[in-house]
Design a protein around this ligand. Structure first.
Ligand code: ADP
Ligand code: MG
Length: 142
């Protein structure tokens, strides 16, 4: 993987602002893979992303339902996917993820993308979030 950008944020707000700016620079179809441990800030990042895409209201972690869909303007969609509880790549079909990954009108942000390593498309944006201390995170874009 080629590192294209690296950034350290000092608060959840700063992480969200970064994601918000990224959201304004992307158009469907686009897949963003968010790598990082539990509590790293993947959901926080996606909240900023959603805000930048014009989604109002609270973006909750979809941990128990895997996928949360949101409507965007122009008929576009945003999908927040959290695969933390996915047991096997075989279950991807059951949760309807295949169609979502191929949706040309969608922006898809995936937490725990390593769970579907073999299904991840080329050309996606990968973002790794590392916890440096309580409030500092290193975001690496590939
Ligand atoms: P994940 O989805 O990776 O499990 P969350 O986004 O749910 O992580 O949680 C990240 C936690 O870390 C939140 O409680 C958030 O407030 C906190 N946090 C502290 N500093 C930062 C930062 N710089 N960027 C993002 N989150 C941060
Ligand atoms: Mg999360």
């Amino acid at each position: 993987m080629n590192k294209i950008k690296e950034r350290i944020t000092s608060s959840p707000t700063e992480t969200k602002e970064w994601a918000e700016a990224l959201a304004k620079a992307i158009t469907p179809p686009k897949i963003l893979a968010l790598f990082g441990n539990l509590g790293a800030g993947k959901t926080t990042f996606i909240q900023g992303l959603a805000k930048g895409l014009g989604i109002r209201g609270r973006v909750l972690s979809p941990t128990f339902i895997f996928i949360r869909p949101y409507k965007l303007s122009k008929g576009y969609k945003f999908y927040h996917v959290d695969l933390y509880r996915l047991d096997s790549e075989k279950d991807v079909e059951a949760i309807g993820l295949n169609e979502i990954l191929q949706d040309k009108n969608a922006i898809v942000a995936i937490e725990w993308p390593e769970k579907i390593e073999n299904l991840l498309p080329k050309g996606m944006i990968s973002i790794k979030i590392e916890e440096l201390d309580e409030t500092k995170r290193k975001l690496t874009f590939y």
